[in-house]
Design a protein around this ligand. Structure first.
Ligand SMILES: [Fe+2]
Ligand SMILES: [Fe+2]
Length: 242
């Protein structure tokens, strides 16, 4: 598996591994700072590729924070491999994530972040937002790098294939196509439409991100607010009906 490393915003590195078996990319994001932060660990079986990607930017043993959106193998499967590699690293998640999964799963105690809490990693301020069931999982949360105006948006804006690292082209159309196609897939029903789905997406749009760091597919550079409002409309239209 070839892994590419691309700086998509100031000091934010996209570490991308294309998995032919899945036909999709698995992208982790490294914030290079005094206390380096990694968004998603990637699969446990992908650990060597992710670690080697991180090593092209900084010493993996320096990693301080490990964040992710929700408890799934591609988001945090390699957590304990990272905790063994980086002695000062600590996992951060929602209260639900810590209580339900990480207190048991993680080899060292995790830290629970409150909704809207800011994690300062040095120069970068990472605002944490609890986003239950967006994209999925009651433990879900997302990070917004206020310094680089980058939303680390996990499975939102999912695109299949092996597209370029960064695009200014519309991502709402491809994301819509993937959501529609996904309805007839064996992996359908990944995202529920709840009474707070739209409010959560509008809250993300209000952050006014300039970069959207998607876990599967290209990152987006441009009007993040417009893209998120567009995605909210698509999700309401495709998933919100009876
Ligand atoms: Fe997921
Ligand atoms: Fe994912």
């Amino acid at each position: 598996m070839a892994t590419t490393v691309t700086e998509i915003a100031a000091d934010i590195y996209r570490i991308s591994t294309f998995a032919p078996d899945f036909g999709i990319q698995f992208n982790q994001f490294l914030v290079k700072d005094d206390e380096p932060f990694l968004m998603h660990t990637g699969f446990r079986k992908m650990f060597a590729a992710t670690r080697d990607g991180v090593a092209r930017v900084l010493d993996p043993a320096r990693l301080r924070w490990i964040g992710f959106s929700h408890f799934e193998a591609d988001e945090c499967g390699a957590l304990n491999e990272w905790l063994a590699t980086a002695p000062r690293a600590q996992a951060v998640s929602t209260v639900v994530g810590v209580t339900v999964s990480l207190n048991d799963f993680a080899a060292r105690p995790p830290r629970a972040l409150a909704d809207d809490e800011v994690l300062q990693t040095g120069r970068h301020r990472l605002r944490f937002l609890a986003t239950p069931h967006v994209p999925h999982g009651w433990d879900a949360g997302l990070f917004f790098d206020e310094t680089a105006r980058t939303l680390l948006c996990s499975d939102l804006f999912f695109q299949p294939g092996d597209p370029p690292p960064l695009t200014q082209a519309d991502l709402v159309g491809p994301a819509r196509d993937a959501i529609v196609a996904g309805k007839s897939s064996p992996l359908a029903k990944d995202m529920p439409y709840t009474p707070y789905t739209d409010a959560t997406l509008q809250r993300l749009a209000d952050l006014q991100p300039l970069t959207l760091a998607a876990m599967h597919g290209s990152s987006f550079s441009g009007d993040g607010t417009g893209a998120l409002r567009g995605l909210a409309g698509v999700i309401r239209e495709v998933l919100g009906g009876p």
